[in-house]
Design a protein around this ligand. Structure first.
Ligand SMILES: Cc1cc2nc3c(=O)[nH]c(=O)nc-3n(C[C@H](O)[C@H](O)[C@H](O)COP(=O)(O)OP(=O)(O)OC[C@H]3O[C@@H](n4cnc5c(N)ncnc54)[C@H](O)[C@@H]3O)c2cc1C
Length: 371
């Protein structure tokens, strides 16, 4: 079997590694150099508790996060689901090196156009489009609009300054005074090192932003004022979309979509690295299994996501219907130190309690990770 993979991001690299495990011949096409052009908070959240611990590029596991409403609340999330701060460029370059060592051919600085994709469909048995959103398949098959029905729009600075007070934690702060239809919206301060952090802002968008809608660049400037980061040096800046709704169709002839191209980032927090890697591997398992498995590819991904999605849908509904004070009380309740206080909050929000217990209580069988 001979396959082509479009994109050497997390989804494409895990697909290439998985393919080599089956001895499938694989060509990876990446429009930049591996690890180039990344705009990311660089925290891998193992939301299903099945992800292999990153090695090269790992900066540290994260045990505690701060959720900021009216006040900052500490949550030991790492106890329930692993989180890792990584240097994504180093991590992806390490994965690419490993894929090459295993026999994959990587073609950097090689963008795949819709016409080239058309030709590839005849040259290869299968093509995995892991080119992010909107992907080249969406241009060939005219479904780009699907990504923009509901998505997260983000803008980020990489800042140099003193972040030692926050280290080793990460901070998510929810934004007040944002119309509810843009919820979830929040900003993040993710220190990589004591002197460098990714600081960004994100909001949910339906369609496109109008002139009177939130301006992410202005919001991020406000965040820097609020967090006293004005004197810090901006070493990089950039934005992007997180495709947070799974696209309706994942297979186009012999093309399978994986990662952001499949719309797999979390609609709650915008994290998508774990699902990108998972879908890259599950896509390869599907095409190795033959047409029946390929037809079940979407169903398999949905089964992985079921319990997490239930929690996210409830949390998003609450964020859109609650006042900021109500939401702050919920944050205070779920992060309370004592079990009785947490239980009391759970009993006030039985839908959230039940869904969270199911999410944390469900063990998923991991795929055969290639790393
Ligand atoms: C500002 C921001 C911050 C984020 N922070 C986090 C975070 O902290 N944690 C987290 O889990 N997720 C985060 N995400 C989401 C995360 O970045 C994505 O979910 C993840 O990168 C998806 O991986 P992927 O491999 O599907 O796509 P990508 O990482 O987008 O990789 C796609 C690759 O394909 C290449 N490519 C694209 N088109 C072509 C083409 N036509 N031909 C050849 N190559 C092509 C691109 O150059 C790229 O290398 C963030 C997103 C944004 C926008």
């Amino acid at each position: 079997m001979k396959i082509a993979v479009i994109g050497a991001g997390p989804a494409g690299l895990f697909a290439a590694l998985a393919a080599r495990r089956y001895n499938i011949s694989v060509d990876v096409f990446e429009k930049r150099q591996v690890g180039g052009g990344i705009v990311c908070g660089e925290c891998i959240f193992d939301s299903l508790r099945i992800f292999p611990r990153p090695d090269e590029g790992l900066l540290r596991p994260v045990r505690e996060i701060i959720l900021q409403g009216r006040r900052g609340y500490k949550l030991a999330l790492g106890k329930y689901r692993p989180l890792w701060m990584v240097d994504r460029k180093t991590w992806q370059r390490g994965l690419a090196r490993r894929a090459r060592d295993m026999g994959a051919s990587l073609h950097e600085n090689t963008a795949v156009s819709p016409a080239r994709l058309n030709a590839m469909q005849a040259e290869y048995d299968w093509v995995i489009d892991a080119g992010g959103a909107p992907c080249v398949t969406s241009r060939l098959h005219s479904f780009q609009a699907e990504y923009f029905r509901e998505y997260l729009l983000a803008y980020q600075f990489v800042l140099e300054g003193d972040f030692s007070a926050l280290m080793p934690r990460l901070k998510f702060a929810f934004l007040e005074n944002i119309p509810t239809r843009f919820q979830p919206s929040y900003y993040w301060v993710f220190p990589k090192y004591a002197h460098t952090a990714n600081v960004g802002v994100v909001c949910t968008v339906h369609g496109s932003l109008g002139r009177h809608d939130p301006n992410l660049k202005e919001l991020l400037a406000d965040v820097c004022r609020r967090e006293n980061l004005q004197g810090f040096t901006i070493v990089e800046k950039g934005g992007g979309i997180a495709a947070s709704r799974m696209v309706t169709r994942l297979v186009y002839g012999n093309i399978l979509l994986a990662g952001d191209a499949a719309g797999l980032t979390s609609p709650l927090h915008g994290g998508g690295i774990d699902l990108a890697c998972l879908s890259g591997v599950v896509a390869v398992e599907a095409l190795w299994g033959g047409p029946r498995e390929v037809a079940r590819y979407g169903k398999k991904l949905k089964a992985f996501l079921r319990e997490r999605k239930a929690v996210e849908d409830i949390a998003i509904r609450k964020m859109r219907s609650f006042s900021f004070d109500q939401f702050d009380r919920l944050l205070a309740g779920v992060t309370a130190r004592g079990t009785p206080a947490r239980l009391k909050t759970g009993l006030c929000h039985p839908d959230l309690l039940w869904a969270t217990l199911r999410w944390f209580g469900t063990k998923k069988k991991p795929p055969a990770w290639p790393v």
